[in-house]
Design a binder for this molecule. Structure first.
Ligand code: AOS
Ligand code: ZN
Ligand code: ZN
Length: 388
């Protein structure tokens, strides 16, 4: 018996989507360091994602980014993913790397630019039609740097108008997830800065529009788990972009900077029934591995989410409710902290072994020889975001 036995059924539901761009080289605006073995093609990124899933049993799908992962035949790509034991997941749009979008995309004052961005979203929906992906992710770099530079109010109207056109193109089983971010690349105002703005637009659009919560996109000190609870309560939490931050949108390994925050977030996901696939809440990673090797970085990330999910599942909900109702402040806090401080790692190792997975995926990867093989095979791996 381990602490995991009682929560194994819920834990089995955990599925984390990995981003294709996490496997490419990335860095800061100062320097992008190349890592040996970096994928040269989207097919190689998917092969690496397949390896992460094989060793952890946690990552059954890969998010793509258009145009970074553009191919001629997405049906062939879906077959390739299936050969590697994974599915193609969320399609991420890109309206931030074109000169036309200097002053905005879906929010631009010029209808021609807005239409260009809308056409790109249509192109992404076409990809989804072939890959069978459910979600179109929209993150906009739109905003302004100086007060007076842009008409913030009109841009909200243009945004809704543009999103409506995209929304109306979605198929029956497709959804749009609108990601918010409080700053960067724009520094004065951002057109979708917070969950409230995303929620307002999604509410106006309809039930197939939902909010995407990137954990790195909040001001320091923000109570993110409150936002999680609220959006689940409102039935509008579509997806997460998990990562962790020390300062800004650092895109570091989820659970690395603040494991306790990840625990608190997962506690609200569990509380809201978000592990059940029927909840429609997609747990995705949005990370970049600047210094560390990419595949171990992704393995560490999905394990971190699993560890904090297990701890969240261990919260004694009955005792917690009783303590809360009786006004037992410290008792309630102690119940939560007991779960947080439980070391679930030995139990998770047994859980993995019971499923024919390696007890320690990090060691198993090191010993697999996979990294040496790709280091030899792949010369000239490309930077994430530039066609790699
Ligand atoms: C940008 O800050 C957002 O986090 C995006 O979700 C994402 O990093 C970008 O779209 C890469 O696909
Ligand atoms: Zn994101
Ligand atoms: Zn981000």
């Amino acid at each position: 018996m381990t602490v995991i036995d009682d929560i194994a059924a819920e834990l089995d539901q955990l599925a984390i989507e990995v981003p294709s761009w996490a496997y490419g080289n990335s860095g800061t605006r100062f320097k992008v360091f190349a890592t040996p073995g970096t994928p040269r093609t989207v097919e190689e990124k998917i092969a690496d994602a397949g390896m992460v899933n094989r060793l952890t049993g946690l990552a059954p799908s890969v998010a793509l980014h258009i145009p970074w992962d553009k191919v001629d035949d997405y049906g062939v790509l879906a077959d390739h993913a299936a050969d590697h034991g994974v599915k193609l997941g969320t399609i991420n749009s890109n309206t931030f790397q074109d000169d036309d979008y200097k002053f905005g995309s879906l929010t631009h004052s010029d209808a021609a630019v807005r239409n260009k961005a809308i056409d790109h979203m249509y192109e992404c929906i076409e990809v989804m039609n072939v890959t069978g992906s459910r979600d179109l992710k929209i993150w906009l770099a739109d905003g302004s740097n100086y007060p007076g530079q842009a008409d913030m109010r009109s841009r909200q109207d243009w945004l809704q108008e543009s999103l409506r056109k995209v929304y109306d193109r979605l198929g029956e089983d497709q959804r749009l997830v609108l990601e918010y971010k409080f700053f960067e690349p724009a520094f004065y105002h951002t057109d979708v800065p917070d969950w409230g703005t995303s929620y307002a637009h999604c509410l106006q659009l309809g039930e197939k529009a939902l909010v995407c919560l990137d954990t790195g996109h909040h001001a320091p000190g923000t109570n993110i788990e409150f936002i999680v609870a609220q959006l689940i309560r409102l039935g509008k939490l579509g997806s997460f972009d998990f990562n962790s931050r020390f300062y800004a949108d650092d895109d570091l390994i989820v659970g690395a900077a603040d494991p306790f925050q990840l625990f608190r977030i997962m506690a609200e996901v569990v509380r809201g029934g978000g592990l059940d696939p029927a909840s429609g809440i997609a747990l995705m990673l949005d990370q970049c591995h600047n210094l560390e090797e990419k595949i171990p970085g992704q393995i560490r990330s999905v394990l971190n989410v699993q560890e904090m999910t297990a701890r969240a599942l261990l919260i004694d909900r009955t005792a917690l409710a009783a303590a809360q109702e009786s006004g037992d402040v410290l008792g309630a806090n102690a119940i939560l902290m007991d779960a947080f401080y439980t070391d679930v790692r030995p139990g998770l190792a047994s859980w993995r072994e019971s499923k024919g997975l390696p007890a320690d995926p990090m060691t198993a990867f090191r010993e697999s020889g996979y990294q040496d093989r790709i280091n030899n095979e792949r010369q000239g791996g490309r930077q994430a975001g530039w066609g790699a």
